[in-house]
Design a protein around this ligand. Structure first.
Ligand SMILES: Cc1cc2nc3c(=O)[nH]c(=O)nc-3n(C[C@H](O)[C@H](O)[C@H](O)COP(=O)(O)O)c2cc1C
Length: 336
């Protein structure tokens, strides 16, 4: 049994909150974070999170049941706030007694936090600014994830290192803050813990684990890529409030530019309203990610990946990745 006393001491509040051995979350990744990866993360002492994405309540119901069949450890469910059936999805989480619900993709709509708390679950929120973080924590959020622009998937404009310096000194005494984005090694985990984080969230580092169902070609693209291959999408039309997405550069990157032009055209002609335009963009991403993750179309699909992709060199079991991260963190803290 390895001794992680220094890392565990700094993670203590996060470990208690999650009910895990290590306060390391594997952030929800659409199509990737399903029953196999989620249960493997939780069985390895971390905290797996199911990516509900665009799933129907029926599909989420099955996914939670299948995950429970594979682990008796805690795991969470990530719900996208703009999902039209958000409250039905919350009810499914309640039916299964899910302990933690992560609300992602925007400000939680009225009543959603309360509906989650009603069945006794903890609510984890994201916030791009300190003011919004304070507001969400005041109005029922139990823990906060701050995620920098180094991350894979949808990103904000600010780096993890700057967010950590802005948020942690102000919030970490009274609140539980997890840091995400660009973390590939345990030394970085140790650094954020020392700054006041109670734990961390990683995505890219776990996406190609042995237990991940991602297509072998998707994984190969990750192993080949370096940090500078993971680029943020470009906004073509200033009116379209497109949230940038970080992914490995490929033909799909250009297709997204074309998609934006098409949607901007529909807006111009009055064929769609702004909300519908935004939804079309999000559906585009969900489809493109599926093509890459499930079908292995690494040319036209979306290879969402963070800048830490350069540190992902081979397929490893989740337990080995977890051990490596914890060993590195503990060694770094021991050298201090
Ligand atoms: C392929 C991929 C898909 C993702 N999908 C989602 C998602 O559906 N919902 C979400 O909240 N975050 C999503 N993310 C973000 C992750 O949950 C996590 O916060 C992020 O990967 C952390 O940064 P890192 O990639 O630098 O480790 C995704 C990330 C990746 C790489």
């Amino acid at each position: 049994m390895s001794n992680y006393s220094k890392t565990h001491a700094l993670m203590q509040r996060g470990r208690e909150f999650l009910g895990t051995e290590h306060a390391i979350l594997c952030g929800a990744m659409s199509w990737v974070s399903e029953r196999n990866l989620v249960s493997a993360i939780s069985n390895a002492g971390g905290f797996g999170v199911i990516a509900c994405g665009a799933m129907t309540p029926e599909l989420l119901d099955t996914e939670i049941a299948e995950t429970k069949a594979r682990t008796d450890k805690p795991f969470g469910v990530n719900l996208i706030t703009m999902h039209p059936q958000l409250f039905d999805l919350i009810a499914v989480c309640g039916k299964h007694g899910v302990g933690h619900v992560v609300l992602a993709g925007g400000i939680p709509p009225k009543g959603s936090v309360e509906a989650i708390k009603e069945f006794g679950a903890k609510v984890i929120v994201f916030a791009p600014t300190l003011a919004l973080a304070k507001k969400l924590l005041r109005s029922g959020g139990d823990a906060l994830v701050i995620e920098g622009m180094e991350a894979g998937g949808h990103i904000g404009p600010v780096s993890t290192s700057v967010l950590a310096q802005e948020f942690l000194p102000v919030l970490s005494e009274d609140h539980l803050v997890f840091v995400a984005g660009g973390i590939g090694r345990g030394e970085a985990i140790a650094g954020y813990l020392e700054m006041g984080a109670v734990g961390v969230q990683l995505g890219t580092r776990f996406a190609c684990a042995t237990e991940s169902i991602a297509h072998p070609d998707f994984k190969k693209a990750f192993f080949r890529a370096g940090a500078r291959d993971a680029v943020a999408s470009v906004q073509v039309d200033p009116r379209l409030p497109v949230i940038p997405v970080r992914a490995l550069k490929n033909k799909g990157t250009e297709e997204f530019t074309a998609k934006q032009r098409e949607v901007a055209g529909l807006l111009d002609s009055g064929a769609v309203e702004m909300a519908e335009a935004q939804l079309q963009i999000e559906h585009y991403w969900a489809g493109a990610l599926r093509r890459a993750v499930i079908d292995g179309d690494i040319e036209n699909g979306s290879l969402m990946a963070g800048q830490s992709v350069g540190m992902v060199k081979e397929e490893q079991p989740v337990a080995d990745i977890m051990t490596q991260l914890m060993d590195e963190s503990e060694a770094a803290l021991s050298r201090r």
